[in-house]
Design a protein around this ligand. Structure first.
Ligand code: HEM
Length: 563
């Protein structure tokens, strides 16, 4: 028999009644429900059951509900005791800026799987720990591979969940994800974008060099990284090297979106009301969407109108794959609409730029703090490049730089850009480690806790790339988590980040260039503060400022950092 979601807490029922319940359930094994049991009591013990019903109602409001699933009675994962209205508010006020440590503390008390009832209108399940993440994401295959219903602002921005990251587990998701992976991210496509990478890296070197000169060496690093990454990813997306003003306009609208992510959560609650109360924020959602259309549609249409004639532009880009894409039969085998293409381009930029820049900034911050790691990395890069008898790095050279890979991996382990995966949801009602997970409930997996697990990592708080070389505990780590989850900056299972390989390539290219072309030191009296700030990603509370000095002749470095 199908179970109901609003069952009662059996342990709270008075003992004689429990006996009656038990007897009743023995007689009706296999088809009983708690609701039917309550009905039985209501018929047989009218007076007492009135009182019980009231208690049960109260308890069901305060405690995790339980219900029957095939083979037994399952409850939602444990939840901290909830005092309706006041409790959540107090907790939220306390935790607003320190939500993650607060959740960690709750895991310590309640175990690796717990329910929080007041972060969203539906209960949200939080999962921490390598074992349970592996069981849910990898061993159970598709069971937890869906996405929950999106809240109002995101439905506007993602065209009603018609993007790879937001679509539920369904044929639409499969078709959009396949288009992205086979069209852009497949290893055979990566060389097509080498000209874009060379162009963006040369621009980065000359931008950083210019800023060094103008400021006497002290540079706000993240601004340069962002500009270069926007230039590269917009090039891959629209097929055109967009210059100055246009890149900055796209950057501005994306930044506004990132900065608003947390405040948009308010529309999860009573959207009809919150849209009126917070009308300024709602207008901001609409303004961001309007601006995205103004900026992206001319680029999307130009690509369609030019057909195969692209002049100096890339011969192939993400927008080309979108123009050619046909949705599956469940979506009437139609082409993508302009609005859907705007959403998919936004996703392409959102998913790839901020994550990679955040990782890059953390890596450079640690290299500034640890000059010996920076020097060791530089001598590896110099040795490989000069062994090739070259002046500039070639992408092929990266294969011969194990310490560079170790630095990038350590950056992703110690400072994963996302501390939680995007919210998952069970495709249909499921169980997880003996707990009930209703369909469409938010399931949030912690990323940061996994890579700080002392059972795997020696002194996990330290930034120590050596753990990934020469027999260290991280050697051979499987970033996909298929065999075993040790760190999971890109997620695991069906929803794993499809940009994993591209992200690693970009990080290696950028770090190699920055370390080969410049010397990095802390700003005297300021140092490097590793405090975190949760935004769309978890970035540096105080963005990195460093003293940067050019190593090589300006002309050689600016002309081409890469061959
Ligand atoms: C350092 C860089 C990056 C990091 C740390 C990162 C991390 C992640 C994480 C944690 C997820 C969520 C996985 C889940 O929900 O289980 C994700 C999803 C995704 N990422 Fe990345 N990512 C990075 C770069 C990229 C790049 C370069 C692209 C490609 C353009 C990309 C495209 C996506 C997409 C489309 C999804 C949604 C996948 C789905 O729902 O099926 N990411 N990424």
């Amino acid at each position: 028999m199908k179970y109901q979601s609003h069952a009662v807490d059996r342990g709270a029922v008075h003992k004689p009644m429990r006996l009656q319940l038990h007897r009743w359930s023995e007689e009706h094994r296999g088809e009983e429900t708690m609701e039917a049991a309550v009905a039985y009591l209501l018929l047989s013990l009218p007076l007492v059951t009135c009182a019980v019903a009231v208690i049960l109602l109260l308890l069901s409001a305060l405690k995790p509900s339980k219900a029957r699933a095939s083979g037994g009675v399952l409850r939602l994962p444990p939840a901290p005791p909830a005092v309706p209205v006041a409790g959540p508010l107090l907790w939220l006020v306390r935790a607003r800026h320190r939500l993650e440590p607060a959740i960690r503390e709750l895991h310590r008390r309640h175990g690796p799987v717990l329910t929080l009832r007041f972060l969203s209108p539906r209960p949200a399940i939080f999962v921490s720990g390598r074992g349970v993440a592996h069981r849910a994401l990898v061993q159970r295959g598709p069971a937890f591979s869906s996405r929950p219903p999106a809240i109002a602002p995101f439905r506007v921005l993602n065209s009603g969940q018609s993007t790879v990251s937001s679509a539920p587990y369904c044929p639409l998701w499969r078709s959009l994800r396949r288009n992205l992976t086979s069209g852009i991210l497949h290893p055979s496509r990566v060389p097509l974008f080498a000209p874009a990478r060379r162009w963006a890296l040369a621009a980065l070197v000359s931008d950083l060099g210019r800023r060094c000169k103008e400021s006497g060496g002290e540079v706000a690093v993240v601004e340069c990284l962002q500009l270069a990454m926007f230039s590269l990813l917009t090039y891959m997306c629209f097929g055109r090297s967009l210059h100055g003003r246009r890149v900055r306009e796209i950057e501005a609208v994306q930044r506004e979106l990132f900065a608003s992510y947390i405040s948009f959560q308010v529309f999860a609650f009573f959207p009809a009301v919150t849209k009126r109360v917070f009308w300024r924020w709602w207008n901001k959602v609409l303004a961001i969407r309007r601006r995205q259309k103004e900026l992206f549609l001319p680029l999307i249409r130009a690509r369609r109108e030019n057909g195969g004639e692209h002049g100096e532009d890339l011969s192939y880009c993400y927008v080309d794959t979108l123009h050619a894409h046909q949705l599956p039969k469940e979506e009437d085998e139609r082409a993508l609409t302009d609005a859907e293409m705007v959403s998919l381009c936004t996703e392409f930029l959102t998913a790839s730029i901020d994550t990679t820049v955040t990782a890059l900034q953390w890596i450079m911050a640690n290299l500034v703090r640890q000059p010996e790691v920076q020097a060791k990395l530089r001598s590896e890069i110099d040795a490989v490049v000069s062994a090739n008898d070259g002046d500039n790095i070639a992408e092929e050279d990266l294969k011969r730089m194990p310490y560079l890979k170790a630095v990038v991996l350590e950056g992703l382990r110690r400072h994963p850009p996302a501390h939680f995966l995007l919210s998952h949801a069970a495709v249909e009602e499921a169980s997880l480690d003996g707990h009930r997970v209703p369909a469409a409930t938010l399931v949030n997996f912690s990323v940061a806790d996994v890579s700080l697990d002392e059972a795997v990592w020696d002194r996990p708080e330290e930034f120590r790339p050596e753990r990934f070389v020469n027999g260290g505990e991280g050697v051979g780590v499987d970033l996909t988590g298929s065999r075993d989850i040790k760190m999971t900056p890109f997620g695991a299972g069906r929803r794993i980040c499809p940009g994993l390989a591209l992200a690693l390539l970009h990080l290696e290219c950028f770090v190699a260039t920055l370390v080969r072309e410049f010397e990095w030191e802390p700003v005297a009296g300021v140092g490097v503060d590793l405090a975190e700030r949760p935004e769309f990603t978890v970035t540096m509370e105080r963005p990195l400022r460093a003293r940067v000095a050019r190593r090589r002749r300006a002309a050689a470095a600016a002309a081409a950092a890469w061959i």
